[in-house]
Design a protein around this ligand. Sequence first.
Ligand SMILES: O=P(O)(O)OC[C@H]1O[C@H](OP(=O)(O)OP(=O)(O)O)[C@H](O)[C@@H]1O
Ligand SMILES: O=c1cc[nH]c(=O)[nH]1
Length: 458
Amino acid sequence: MDSSASVDALSNGFKNHVSLNQSHNNNNNVASNPRVQPKQPFFIGVAGGTASGKTTVCNMIISQLRDQRVVLVNQDSFYHSLNAEKLKRVHEYNFDHPEAFDTEHMLSCMEQIKRGQAVTIPNYDFKTHQSIEPACKVNPSDIIILEGILVLHDPRVRDLMNMKIFVDTDSDVRLSRRIQRDTVERGRNIENVLDQYARFVKPSFEEFILPSKKYADIIIPRGGDNDVAIDLMYNIFIQSLASMNSIRGMHTLIRDAKTTKHDFVFYADRLIRLVVEHGLGHLPFKEKQVITPTGSVYSGVVFYKRLCGVSVIRSGESMENALRACVKGIKIGKILIHGEGSNGRELIYEKLPKDISSRHVLFLDPVLASGNSAINAISLLLSKGVPESNIIFLNLIAAPDGIHALCKRFPKLKLVTSAIDESLNEDLRVIPGLGEFGDRYFGTDNEEGTISSSTTPK
Ligand SMILES: O=P(O)(O)OC[C@H]1O[C@H](OP(=O)(O)OP(=O)(O)O)[C@H](O)[C@@H]1O
Ligand SMILES: O=c1cc[nH]c(=O)[nH]1
């Protein structure tokens, strides 16, 4: 991610580093009805060299997803149409180069589909090398698959993806398949196919396609013939979809204004626990081998132990129990920021471990709205000598404005959140948000929780 801090959003599915240049709140549907947030589709990118078996892999994914709406978009649809000049010298044209594609158009279509909008995809004709009518209308769906040789090449397209797959098939297998396909299905002669392969296909594969393999979450050796890898990939995919749905399920409960305090606390605690566990995975670690009771060696890891928590009074205190449950005996400092200061937020009180500068800090605050509180609190941590890169901000709901402000100011900070919301309103409330987290968690949002002289707490 360009000069910006790393943001890990659990409910955007598979590990997702969200680019902060990316707009999160420009959904037309949302603009016309600010309280409705459409479900974001799960976006899979499938890349690989020519004839590697990408389409077979996509078809296998699709055939297993019978109860979901899936749409398959091919990068080939975004080939630039060739003008008369280029058509005359079509054998000189490199169809495997990134510039052969209209990537800006592809990016804008994928952004729209990702926002849950219908979109029109060009219809590219391989015989005339032109986009022809009619273009294809693609309706909103649950899962989008974008397939093509270079779909992992552009970082902006990659950033939209929840899962990136690279189909890795030997080059001699790919070449023989390509000869078969181009001579039998596309009526070309073998010399032309080999000439194009040597001049363009192979060099572009080495220069652009193969280097994009490092961005893949999953690499499938031998393509569609590799049943084991495909089953494994399918299981990972189903698991990440399931965990995404389970996080969305918990969010549905804590955001519902009708949810009781009891349920709010229960589901907020579950989400907090997930965020804390995930955040701890961002600590430095070293490898360690242990001997199990069966006498075998298990190669594992141990995480860095000099840690402390810092909670923002009062909502951040709701996250302390989960942190204590995961890190036995952890020290937890406190910071109180008041809401009515001259710059909107003012530091009122702090009590931090004396040796905090030598610790990694898990900073706890469930809501990131404008970012003013977090900026105040994190500035204090830096003034105490904590290196910026040692701070992990654990959060439940973040507004894009707060993320921008925070990550611009602290580019080395890590933010782990369970949801990135749509916007911030003029009162600096997160939208759709969940209302006042502290009031809902601690029961101060109505009279029910008030202790009178003769009653027990409700
Ligand atoms: O990003 P910002 O615009 O600064 O807003 C976020 C702050 O708002 C919430 O606290 P709140 O002031 O509601 O206090 P509370 O925790 O005592 O309820 C939250 O816990 C953050 O500290
Ligand atoms: O929407 C918001 C903004 C700040 N604090 C909250 O608890 N909710």
